[in-house]
Each structure stands twice: as structure tokens, then as C-alpha cells.
Ligand binder design. Structure first.
Ligand code: HEC
Ligand code: HEC
Length: 327
């Protein structure tokens, strides 16, 4: 199956942003409108429970806007027929900065990634033909297709492309940290101390300004023997990748709890206790984790104060990302 590249969509968004500043020709206006309607098509799909086998679960059921599109309070995901998944739902933001997706990087293409939740047994439990059948029968989606495609047809690649256009448009750039970087505000002293500690101990992996990296490593979490997860090894079958995970973004971390691939920590306090207690780290931890050493109480508090500055003021209530079925 050939999937239209989502990077084309992102390029489209950029072009649209550039064009918005200049005077537009009719052709340009047309192009901008197409990008907008593709994203809208994707937004309706994202919040549509008809995409799941029992019409109970949409993408937005697990990826909640008020939690930066993570799932608050669920250690691991819950899907159709009450089925329980094995991993914590990650936030969705700044996805165009990511070169791979999922905790283990199982997908390198955002559009293709959607096949996994749509057909996953513990997620939406449907099949691509069934998804297509339901979407193609809907007058609303027929309208989107008529506006977007010369042949007016709805196809699986177009559904996947629209979902990626929507999720790829979710950006986090309006936190206190961003305002500080832009020189608009000053951090309080404890936030400033937290930032300095963060830069010394954490930023080697959680790289500014996205606070993620496209690398796989182990932060030393001991294996959960009841729910063992080999991480990146599942994808590469390389011994060195055992127990490694993608370095997740810490943007909006205050609202995306619980934490880690299996949601084992409920509070940021627990996370800092973990990083700051060397005896808790497994032998396969990255050297940079051992380098953190013991963190005392005030250091932990300062780092948390800094992490709280990463909460976006816009993303959780941005109308462009909102469930269109809400009043
Ligand atoms: C049942 C809950 C559930 C549903 C429904 C769901 N997801 Fe997810 N999503 C997850 C979990 C859990 C992961 C992490 C999976 C992993 O790492 O193996 C994830 C990962 C992702 C990622 C990768 C994010 C990253 O940073 O790597 C994207 C993108 C995504 N989902 C989009 C979607 C879209 C689009 C839909 C609807 C078609 C959807 N999800 C439906 C639970 C869900
Ligand atoms: C060696 C690289 C590395 C360093 C250094 C590091 N981390 Fe991490 N961090 C990771 C990885 C990898 C994960 C994901 C682990 C998992 O889920 O199994 C992670 C996960 C997290 C999470 C959970 C995010 C979520 O959405 O679930 C938080 C919070 C976090 N780190 C904060 C910190 C802080 C604070 C520091 C510094 C004290 C730090 N990290 C240092 C690699 C690192």
C-alpha cells in the first residue's frame, strides 16, 4: 500500500503560513484552503468512535486534549470492549519533530502509525476495509472528499493522511518556558535553579526546546516482571536495544501523568525520587543516569518547579484541536 507522505502535509502548512503573510493569488488561497480542510477532515476522524469495532472508542478517547493528548490517570491504555493495552498513552505534540513514533519507534511514518490503533485488538479493534466502509458511507466525510480530491473518493491512504494532518498540526510552543526563552518573562529563582540543574543532568537526553530526542536509551527503570517490555529490542532484535525506549518529550509533563512507558509513576515527585536515588537504577541504565547521582530534597523540588514551566497555556484548549462534536 502506498501512503501519501505526511511531510508533504507539513510542508503545506508551512507554505500556508508563509503565504498568509504575503498577498495571495487565487491558486494560493486554494492551496491554503486544502490544507485546512485536510486537517479538519482529520479532526473529525480523530474524534469519531465509528472508527472502532464497537463504536465506543475514538482516537480522542485515549488521547485527551486537556492532557496534551495523553490519557490522564490510566497507567496503560483502555480500548474497545474494555480491553487493556500494555503501554501508557503518550502525549501528541510537535510530532513533526519526531522521526519515529511509539515508545519503541515501531513506526517511522506518522500516517502509517494510525493503522496500529485502528486495527489493534486492545485499541480500536477494527479492520481497514471496515473503517473505509463506514467513513465512505458518511455524508460529512463525502463533503470533505468532494472539497479535497478531484475524483471525490475516500480511500484508506487518504483517511490515514488526514489523521496525520491533524495530529501533525498539534503544536506546543506557548509555555512559560517559551515565554522565558523569548525574553518575555523571567523565571522565579527556584525555577531558574531547576533549569540549571535540568541542563546539567537531564538535557543530554531531553533536549531543549522539544525536550525529547529521537534516540533510544535506558533511563534504568527496573523490569516490571508482571508486564515485561523489551522496548526497542522488539523492533530491531539487537541485544543492545533491550529495555531501551525513545526519549519522550517533557513538554506538558505536569498534565500528562502517569509517567514512563508503563505509567508506573503517578507523580513528578515519584519520578524525581527515582532519578535521584542511584540504588533504584537497573544495571542497564545509560551512563548519564549514573552521572545524576543523589538528588536532595530541594534539588528535586527545583527541578519539578522547572518542569511545571513546560505546561502549554494554549494547546489544552486550542479550538483547532477540539472535539468538533462538543457543544
Ligand atoms: C486504546 C487507546 C488508544 C487509542 C484508541 C489510540 N491510541 Fe494512539 N497511542 C496509544 C498508546 C498506548 C500509544 C503508545 C503505543 C506504543 O508505544 O506501543 C499510542 C501512540 C500513538 C502515537 C505515537 C506518538 C509518539 O510520540 O510516538 C500517535 C501519533 C497516535 N498514537 C495516534 C493515534 C491516532 C491517530 C489514533 C486513532 C486512529 C489513536 N492514536 C488511537 C493509545 C491509543
Ligand atoms: C540517559 C537519558 C536520560 C536522562 C539523562 C534523563 N532521562 Fe528522563 N527519560 C529517558 C527515557 C528513555 C525515558 C522513557 C523511559 C521509559 O518510559 O521506559 C524518560 C522518561 C522521563 C519522564 C517520563 C515522561 C513521560 O511522559 O512519561 C520524565 C518526567 C523524565 N524522564 C524526566 C527526567 C528528568 C527530570 C531528568 C534529569 C533528572 C531525566 N529525565 C534524565 C531518558 C533520560
Amino acid at each position: 500500500m502506498r501512503i501519501a507522505s505526511w511531510s508533504i502535509t507539513i510542508a503545506g502548512v508551512l507554505v500556508a503560513a508563509l503565504l498568509a503573510q504575503s498577498s495571495l493569488s487565487t491558486q494560493d488561497v486554494d492551496a491554503v484552503r486544502k490544507v485546512d480542510s485536510l486537517r479538519e477532515f482529520g479532526r473529525y476522524l480523530f474524534y469519531d468512535p465509528e472508527l472502532s469495532a464497537d463504536s465506543s472508542t475514538s482516537c480522542g478517547t485515549c488521547h485527551q486534549q486537556f492532557a496534551a493528548f495523553a490519557h490522564v490517570d490510566h497507567a496503560v491504555s483502555h480500548g474497545v470492549y474494555g480491553r487493556i493495552g500494555t503501554r501508557n498513552v503518550p502525549a501528541l505534540q510537535n510530532l513533526h519533530q519526531q522521526t519515529s513514533f511509539m515508545w519503541d519507534g515501531a513506526f517511522e511514518n506518522l500516517a502509517m502509525q494510525s493503522v496500529n490503533p485502528l486495527t489493534g485488538h486492545a485499541e480500536m479493534g477494527s479492520s481497514l476495509p471496515e473503517v473505509l466502509r463506514r467513513i465512505a458511507a458518511s455524508p460529512r466525510y463525502q463533503q470533505f472528499a468532494a472539497a479535497l480530491y478531484a475524483d471525490k473518493k475516500i480511500t484508506i491512504p487518504r483517511i490515514l493522511d488526514a489523521l496525520a494532518a491533524f495530529t501533525g498540526s498539534i503544536t506546543s510552543t506557548s509555555s512559560r518556558y517559551d515565554a522565558m526563552r523569548d525574553g518575555k518573562i523571567m523565571f522565579a529563582e527556584h525555577e531558574q535553579r531547576g533549569l540549571a540543574l535540568f541542563r546539567k543532568l537531564c538535557a543530554g537526553c531531553h533536549t531543549e526546546p522539544t525536550f525529547m530526542s529521537n534516540a533510544y536509551t535506558s533511563n534504568g527503570l527496573p523490569l516490571d516482571t508482571l508486564m515485561p517490555d523489551v522496548g526497542r529490542y522488539r523492533v530491531t532484535q539487537q541485544e543492545e536495544d533491550r529495555y531501551r525506549f525513545r526519549v519522550p518529550s517533557l513538554r506538558n509533563v505536569a498534565i500528562t501523568y502517569p509517567y514512563m512507558h508503563d505509567g508506573r509513576f503517578r507523580r513528578l515527585r515519584d519520578v524525581l525520587e527515582y532519578y535521584g536515588t542511584p540504588s533504584m537504577h537497573a544495571a542497564y541504565a545509560d551512563q548519564r543516569i549514573s552521572d545524576i547521582g543523589t538528588l536532595n530534597d530541594s534539588q528535586r523540588k527545583d527541578i519539578i518547579a522547572f518542569l511545571l514551566t513546560l505546561t502549554d497555556t494554549l494547546l489544552p484548549r486550542d479550538l483547532r484541536y477540539r472535539d468538533p462534536h462538543l457543544p
